[in-house]
Unconditional design. Structure first.
Length: 94
């Protein structure tokens, strides 16, 4: 399946949103980023809405795979954020 995704809103570095469309599917996803109380990390809040016949059928058959794909996405995001933090810390120390 090919999705056409478009960023529809952003408020750097606090949030961004995109929509994705394909035959039988319209999805909207928003990410909100908040610093942790100690200021050393970031909490990522994601909200997604899917409408159309494909999401209804997909939930029945693909629920585990969708969960795994989301988990992988957030793990990748955490890893990228950690690398970025390490890069900034190294640059600041130099």
């Amino acid at each position: 399946m090919t999705l056409r995704s478009t960023v529809v809103a952003f408020d750097r570095p606090h949030s961004f949103a995109f929509v994705a469309d394909a035959l039988g599917l319209h999805a909207e996803r928003t990410f909100t980023l908040r610093p942790t109380p100690d200021g050393l990390g970031t909490v990522v809040i994601s909200h997604e809405t899917q409408v159309g016949p494909l999401p209804r059928l997909g939930r029945v058959f693909l629920a585990r795979r969708l969960w795994a794909a989301n988990r992988a996405m957030f793990d990748d995001l955490a890893q990228a954020a950690s690398l970025d933090t390490a890069t900034h810390a190294t640059a600041a120390a130099a």
